[in-house]
Design a protein around this ligand. Structure first.
Ligand code: C2E
Ligand code: MG
Ligand code: MG
Length: 618
């Protein structure tokens, strides 16, 4: 902003100068032309006027000599007084009577005597009054013309200078508009232009990666180093980034502590590795008065895989960056469809959800739950899925709260329950877990709904597991205990979902009729990262067991986690390591297309060879 303002001032001045000088040159040239023209015309007019004078003089003289012919007759010599008289009356200069004026080049008029012969000549000096006046004027006119020529010349020089200034300031303005002042890197707008170019020029098998890199904790750094210090830091980071990226990559600064990289390469290039190298280069400690530790995180999206337009690609890279920020320093996140659901705005959902419900756009997917011991699928969790025609997958965590606000949860809950129970008939050996939102549990009608859905499907109640969250138990616990008991009385089982993520008031565990504890994914993520992650899980398992509950862990993603969780004594596990949520048909296939119970075995990876060392770390 500042740069633009500064660049604008000389530009505006140069522009004003340029138009003023242009005007002056035009006026000067016009004035010069007018002066010269006036000179030429004036001279012509003066000559005409003088010629008219001469002819008048000649006529007057002729008349005069005619009238005074008698005088010539009387004497040879002409009275000088007569000469003076004529001279004055006609306005002639130096009038003389000469007998033979041949040698002179004066004007002359013959004097005819009574016999009709030429007696002599009256001669006079021709005068040029107007032309002489013009001649006197001429130097002045010439001076004016020369002055004007000089003036036009100076103005022309000024014009040129103003032009040069204008070009220079335009270049300066262009640079200010394209460049980040501090680092000299392309700024936000220019970076986007580069991205347009990269996308337009991408060959069919090229992949264009748009990465956003954000420094961590710049507010603290600025507080510690001051504005100058943090400027120095940004300059250093920019230089490191530029050096670390491939030579043909574009590197821009698009925000205070945010950089962007555009890398176009053949499909085989690992964008993650390129960005990792850039982050590694950035995070080397920096010396600014003291050692400044640096860290950064990055998110990226790729064309054509994630998007082919600039707007979509940058939006998706932004989502990936946000996800990386959540993960913490050093994280690099590539865009994935699941991230997009977060960005779907509430208004859009409010508008689209009722339509989607009516148009059967919502589906129920199932995620297998396996036993820790036998690695067998023992149940499935029903999870709502909404795939919108233009926005893609919208996650339940996004649209369920909106459905609750809009009073649609009844319809939605009943739909999931009925569908899950009807699908459950395909898998007679598995239990089906169905999530209940807090609002659903608070509604007394839930008991009737579950009862009638069970009756319709003829699925034994023991195969239905209802998942509720801790939040449900908080307000009005007495009524909630009653509700749980009513549900329990139907023969269904109840699981406490996301255990440990919320209120963690252990008192509830005793008071509510719960059959199962589902340990929140957060604890699993912490496993192996912090020393006591495993200890907490062990403690929860012990607690659950003591209260007669089975313990499930969700979010198991790695083999290491599986080993540790099994050692910690968890009964069942659920997570991407085994299977992601999938449509009922995919579960059929997974179970061996409806064969007998034993054939539904899954093949989770065997215990890793270094299980002993993992046990030791627990
Ligand atoms: P939840 O009941 O805790 O469901 C588990 C969530 O974790 C699911 O997300 C599942 O896809 C995800 N997940 C499972 N394994 C892994 C893993 O290994 N790694 C990671 N990162 N995630 C894993 P989803 O389907 O997005 O559902 C989110 C939440 O939305 C659910 O959490 C549940 O509270 C709610 N929900 C889903 N379907 C329904 C429904 O039909 N009714 C109600 N009331 N709530 C639902
Ligand atoms: Mg659940
Ligand atoms: Mg959960």
């Amino acid at each position: 902003m500042d740069g633009e303002v500064k660049a604008d001032a000389p530009r505006a001045r140069a522009k004003r100068m340029l138009s003023a000088s242009r005007l002056i040159v035009v006026l000067a040239v016009l004035a010069m032309g007018a002066t010269l023209l006036a000179g030429v015309i004036g001279y012509g007019l003066a000559r005409q006027s003088d010629e008219r004078l001469w002819s008048e003089q000649r006529t007057s003289l002729r008349n005069a000599t005619g009238e005074f012919r008698n005088l010539f007759d009387k004497s040879e010599a002409i009275d000088p007084r007569f000469i003076r008289m004529v001279e004055q009356s006609v306005g002639l200069k130096d009038l003389k009577y000469e007998i033979d004026p041949a040698a002179s080049n004066r004007e002359m008029q013959p004097v005819i005597d009574a016999q009709g012969r030429i007696a002599g000549f009256l001669t006079w000096q021709k005068t040029y009054p107007m032309m002489q006046a013009m001649q006197r004027l001429m130097p002045f006119i010439a001076a004016v013309a020369i002055g004007l020529v000089g003036f036009a010349g100076i103005s022309l020089a000024q014009l040129r200078r103003a032009g040069r200034e204008l070009a220079a300031s335009e270049e300066q303005a262009r640079r200010a508009a394209d460049e980040d002042k501090l680092t000299g890197l392309p700024n936000h707008a220019k970076t986007l232009e580069w991205l347009d170019l990269a996308l337009a020029g991408r060959a069919a098998d090229d992949v264009t990666t748009f990465a956003l890199i954000e420094l961590d904790g710049m507010a603290d750094v600025t507080a510690q180093l001051g504005a100058l210090g943090s400027d120095e830091l940004i300059v250093a980071v920019a230089a490191r980034l530029k050096e670390a990226l491939p030579a043909d990559a574009v590197c821009g600064r698009i925000g205070g502590d945010e950089f962007a990289a555009i890398v176009t390469a053949g499909g085989g290039v690992d964008a993650g590795a390129v960005i990792r190298a850039a982050l590694d280069a950035i995070v080397r400690p920096l010396w600014i008065e003291t050692v400044v530790p640096l860290s950064a995180h990055a998110g990226f999206a790729q064309a054509p895989r994630h998007a082919t337009t600039r707007g979509e690609l940058t939006r998706r890279a932004g989502l990936a960056l946000r996800a990386a920020a959540k993960k913490g320093p050093g994280a690099i996140v590539g865009f994935e469809r699941a991230l997009d659901t977060v960005s779907t705005d509430q208004k859009f959902i409010q508008r689209e959800l009722p339509r989607a419900l009516a148009a059967n756009e919502l589906e129920v997917h199932y995620q297998p739950i396996v036993s820790s011991q036998g690695a067998r699928i023992v149940g499935v969790e029903a999870l709502l899925r909404w795939t919108h025609a233009t926005r893609g997958v919208i996650g339940p965590a996004v649209f369920i709260p909106v459905a609750e606000q809009m009073g649609l949860m009844d319809t939605l809950g009943a739909f999931v329950l009925r569908r899950a129970l009807s699908d459950a008939k395909r898998w007679p050996d598995l239990y089906v877990a169905v999530n209940l939102s807090p609002l659903q549990v608070r509604d007394r009608g839930i008991v009737d709904l579950v009862r009638s859905a069970l009756a319709e499907s003829a699925v034994p109640p023991s195969r239905l597991m209802l998942e509720i969250t801790e939040g449900v138990l908080i307000d009005n616990p007495d009524e909630m205990i009653k509700r749980m008991e009513d549900l329990h009385a139907l023969g269904v089982r109840i699981a406490l979902d996301d255990f440990g993520s919320g209120y963690s008031n252990l008192g509830y565990l005793q008071r509510f009729p719960l059959d199962k504890l589902k340990i929140d994914r957060g604890f699993v993520t912490a496993l192996g990262k912090s020393a006591n992650g495993g200890v907490i899980i062990q403690a929860i398992v012990a607690l659950g067991r003591a209260l007669g509950m089975t313990v499930v862990v969700e979010g198991v993603e790695t083999e290491q986690q599986r080993v540790l969780l099994r050692l910690a004594g968890c009964d069942e596990m659920q997570g991407y390591l085994f299977a992601k949520p999938a449509p009922a048909k995919a579960i059929d296939r997974l179970l061996g297309q409806g064969k007998s119970a034993g054939s539904g075995r899954m093949l989770p990876p065997p215990l890793s060879p270094d299980a002993d060392s993992l046990i030791a770390s627990l």
